[in-house]
Design a binder for this molecule. Structure first.
Ligand code: PMP
Length: 390
């Protein structure tokens, strides 16, 4: 069997991380991995999470399996966090998953079972793991351009590419803080996506991994809520990795929002069968922590606000530094983008130069994690960007 082992290329991100670690220059900057960092470069455990973990440890009675749908109270809380006051809160069917990645795969498996010829329409550029997850579920992935004009999403090119989509295809959109571009639709543009899906009979699938990192938890879910209100079917993959800092605890949900609850019994059974044939039940710890955070959300949301403000302040400072040195507009749009990521308008060669000459590490496609930056490094980065662009 092993004689058939293919030579698989390693993940370029880890190769770059290795280079960063080996780099001896003291002023090196790591803008690679998509995790939140504080001003000291650490990815802290939230104070509210530490408190919840202590409480859970003190009160633990049993580690016995939970339900196939996971932690049911947690599922209800996430559904409320995602959908707010929407009347569609009453028509969602939600199961806990192994992080947002697990949610994407469960939804992919669901689509593959119910509509195997449906094409997944993915943004280009997009989240690097969407295609492998959907292809592993046996689905075909096609792409549509996700560009911008002066920082505003270029819907014309989206719809031009999506003209090829056929009835029943799946439109995979990022709920907020698009990875890697940071370019999000305005609410009016979300409405245009809803109208387009209705006209072309497409099913929206919202991957929401950064709720609370853009404008606010409610504003970041506004596009999802609009679609949920207006469409008979919306698929959702949500993650608590970033907004609760629960990365390694693998905490998320897969949600199907339907017209009413009439098909929820077979739907839930199918979702549970999908997970049963994979990992059986999801891990409980992250969901138990998240459940406590949702039960008393004020301190958690206050910590999340600090995270969001830090990233926003960094964007503003970078924008000011770029404008002070007369950087081109293509760089200054960084201030308008949402969440942790921006896609620099730089070629692979320019990203290499950024690394070799300035010890600044971003992904080869130009993605940088703004949260990896410290205020004291902003001017250095701005100058380096202008330098490599010349
Ligand atoms: N979707 C997007 C757009 C992401 O950026 C990520 C995480 N990088 C995920 C899903 C997966 O999240 P998780 O770590 O919870 O699996």
């Amino acid at each position: 069997m092993l004689e058939n082992l293919p030579i698989v290329e390693g993940d370029p991100l880890w190769a770059l991380l290795g280079q960063f670690q080996a780099d001896q220059r003291e002023h090196k900057i790591d803008l690679l991995v998509g995790v939140y960092r504080d001003e000291t470069g650490k990815t802290p455990v939230m104070q509210v999470v530490q408190n919840a973990e202590k409480k859970l440890a003190e009160e633990a009675e049993s580690k016995v399996y939970k339900m196939l749908s996971g932690h049911l109270e947690f599922n209800d809380h996430v559904a409320k966090f995602l959908l707010g006051e929407s009347k569609k809160l009453a028509s969602q069917c939600t199961i806990q998953t192994v992080g947002g990645t697990g949610a994407l795969r469960v939804v992919g498996d669901l689509v593959a079972k119910l509509s195997p010829n449906a094409v997944i329409w993915n943004t280009d550029p997009g989240y690097l793991n969407h295609r492998p997850i959907m292809e592993a579920a046996g689905l075909t992935v096609k792409t549509f351009r996700w560009g911008h004009k002066d920082g505003v999403l270029d819907l014309e090119s989206c719809f031009a590419d999506l003209k090829e989509a056929k009835e029943g295809d799946i439109l995979l959109l990022h709920g907020s803080c698009h990875n890697p571009t940071g370019v999000d639709p305005t609410l009016a543009q979300w409405q245009q996506f809803a109208d387009f899906c209705k006209a072309q009979k497409l099913v929206p699938f919202i991957d929401i991994a950064y709720q609370g990192f853009g404008d606010s938890p409610d504003a970041d879910a506004a596009g999802l809520r609009l679609l949920a209100e207006q469409m008979d079917l919306v698929l959702v993959a949500a993650s608590c990795s970033k907004n609760m800092g629960l990365y390694c605890e693998r905490t998320g949900v897969a949600m199907v929002i339907t017209k009413d609850t009439s098909q929820h019994v077979p739907l839930r059974t199918l979702l549970e069968r999908i997970t049963r044939g994979n990992y059986s039940v999801p891990p409980n710890h992250g969901a138990a922590v998240a459940n406590l955070l949702f039960s008393d959300p004020t301190p958690w949301l206050a910590e999340l606000t600090v995270y969001r403000e830090r990233v926003r302040n960094l964007r503003e400072a970078l924008g000011e530094a770029l404008s002070a040195i007369g950087a081109p507009a293509s760089l200054q749009v960084i201030t308008q983008q949402k969440g942790m990521f921006s896609l620099l308008p730089l070629s692979i060669q320019q990203m290499d130069l950024l690394k070799e000459k300035h010890a600044i590490y971003g992904m080869q496609n130009g993605r940088i994690n703004i949260a990896g930056l410290q205020q004291s490094e902003v001017a250095y980065l701005a100058n380096a960007l202008v330098d490599v662009l010349q």
